[in-house]
Design a protein around this ligand. Structure first.
Ligand code: DOR
Ligand code: ZN
Length: 349
C-alpha cells in the first residue's frame, strides 16, 4: 500500500513526562500539537503523592496549553511505601486522575521515593482493585545482582506474575515494554493487563546507542535491548492486539545532564513521536493499524471515549531541530538535525 497522506482520529499519549515550571512552556505545546490527552507521570522533585498536588500540577500544565489548543492532562499518583488508602478514595472521585504509578525504589529518574518492597503496598493495591483504579508499572527490578539488560524480564517473573495472581481484577499497564518476554507476557495475559510501547524502543536497539561511540541521547530506561527484542515490539505494536498502545515516555533532560560522565535516562521524543511511529508502521506495512494503536486501544483500556476529531499526516520530509529551549536550558530531541519522513499537516513543531 502506498500512502502519501493518512488521516487518523486524534491520538493520545498514555505515558508522558512533562516536567514542571518553565519547562512546561516547551513540553506542553509539543505534546498538545497532536495528542488530545496524555497520562502525565508523577516523578517530579518532590514526587506527586497526593490528589491535591496532582490537581495543582494539572493546573500548571493547563496554563501552558497554547491558546486554542485542546489537550487534556490525565494525572497519576506516585506510589510510595506509605501512600494512604484515603488518597486512593480521593483519586477515584477525580475524572482527571487516571491511575497510580509504581516505581521500584531507585529504578529510574526520581524514583528514590518509590516502593522498597511490594508487600508494603498490598493494602493500597487491594483498595485500587476494589475501586478499579489502574496501576501503571515501571517494570524493572532494582537489584544490583540482576544485569541491567535482564531487569524487565526478571520483574515479570518476580513481581508482575505474582501480582496478577494476588490481585486477579486489578487493571495494570506494563509501561514502556522493551523485551520479547514482556510482549509475550502481555499477549498471553487476560484483558485487564496492557502495555505501552515507546517509539524509541521500536526504532533503536542497543547497538544504536553503543556501537561506534556512545550516544547519550539514546540512553533511556528500561535500556535499549538487542535487536530481536525491537523486532518483537514491532510485531506487538502492529499486531492490532488492543492490549498494546501508544505511550511515548518522552522524557526531556537538559543537554548538560545527558552529555555528562553520569548522564540521565530519558529521550525527548514528543516533538516528533507521532511522525516516527508512522515511519515504523510504514516500515512494517501496517499504516492501516496506526490509528487503533495511537487512538483507540488506550482509550478503550482506560474506559474513556475515543477522540472524535482527526489529524492528518503527510509524507513530507522535514528536518528535526538540533535543540529546543528548555526552561532556561536546552534539550536535544530525538533525530536532532536529521530527516523525518512524515509531517503533521498544518501546525508542525
Ligand atoms: O528513560 C527514562 N526516563 N525512563 C524512566 O523510567 C524515567 C524517565 C525520566 O523521568 O527521565
Ligand atoms: Zn516514564
Amino acid at each position: 500500500m502506498n500512502h502519501d497522506k493518512i488521516s487518523i482520529a486524534c491520538p493520545d499519549d498514555w505515558h508522558l513526562h512533562l516536567r514542571d515550571g518553565a519547562a512546561l512552556a516547551t513540553t506542553v505545546p509539543h505534546s498538545a500539537r497532536c495528542f488530545r490527552r496524555a497520562i502525565v507521570m508523577p516523578n517530579l522533585k518532590p514526587p506527586v503523592t497526593s490528589v491535591a498536588a496532582a490537581g495543582e500540577y494539572r493546573q500548571r500544565i493547563v496554563r501552558a496549553i497554547p491558546p486554542g489548543g485542546s489537550f487534556e492532562p490525565l494525572m497519576t499518583l506516585y506510589l510510595t511505601d506509605s501512600l494512604p488508602i484515603a488518597e486512593i478514595e480521593r483519586a477515584v472521585r477525580e475524572p482527571w486522575l487516571a491511575g497510580v504509578k509504581y516505581y521500584p525504589a531507585g529504578a529510574t529518574t526520581n524514583s528514590e521515593s518509590g516502593v522498597t518492597a511490594i508487600e508494603k503496598v498490598f493494602p493500597v493495591l487491594e483498595r485500587m482493585q476494589e475501586l478499579d483504579l489502574p496501576l501503571l508499572l515501571h517494570g524493572e527490578v532494582n537489584d544490583a545482582e540482576v544485569d541491567i539488560f535482564d531487569r524487565e524480564a526478571v520483574f515479570i517473573d518476580r513481581i508482575l506474575q505474582p501480582l496478577c495472581e494476588r490481585f486477579p481484577r486489578l487493571r495494570m499497564v506494563l509501561e514502556h515494554i522493551t523485551t520479547r518476554q514482556a510482549a509475550q507476557f502481555v499477549s498471553e495475559a487476560d484483558a485487564r493487563i496492557a502495555a505501552t510501547i515507546t517509539v524509541h524502543h521500536l526504532l533503536f536497539h542497543r547497538g544504536d546507542m553503543l556501537a561506534g561511540g556512545i550516544r547519550p541521547h539514546l540512553y533511556c530506561l528500561p535500556i535499549l535491548k538487542r535487536d530481536v527484542h525491537r523486532e518483537a515490539l514491532r510485531t506487538a505494536a502492529t499486531s492490532g492486539n488492543p492490549r498494546f498502545f501508544l505511550g511515548t515516555d518522552s522524557a526531556p533532560h537538559p543537554v548538560n545532564e545527558k552529555e555528562s560522565a553520569c548522564g540521565c535516562a530519558g529521550i525527548y521524543t514528543a516533538p516528533a513521536a507521532l511522525e516516527l511511529y508512522a515511519e515504523v508502521f510504514e516500515e512494517e506495512q501496517a499504516l492501516d493499524r496506526l490509528e487503533a494503536f495511537a487512538a483507540f486501544h488506550g482509550a478503550d483500556f482506560y474506559g474513556r471515549e475515543r477522540n472524535g476529531a482527526r489529524i492528518e499526516l503527510v509524507r513530507e520530509s522535514w528536518t528535526a531541530p538540533a535543540r529546543y529551549e528548555f526552561g532556561g536550558d536546552e534539550v536535544i530531541p530525538i533525530r536532532a538535525g536529521e530527516n523525518i519522513r512524515w509531517k503533521l499537516a498544518g501546525n508542525g513543531p
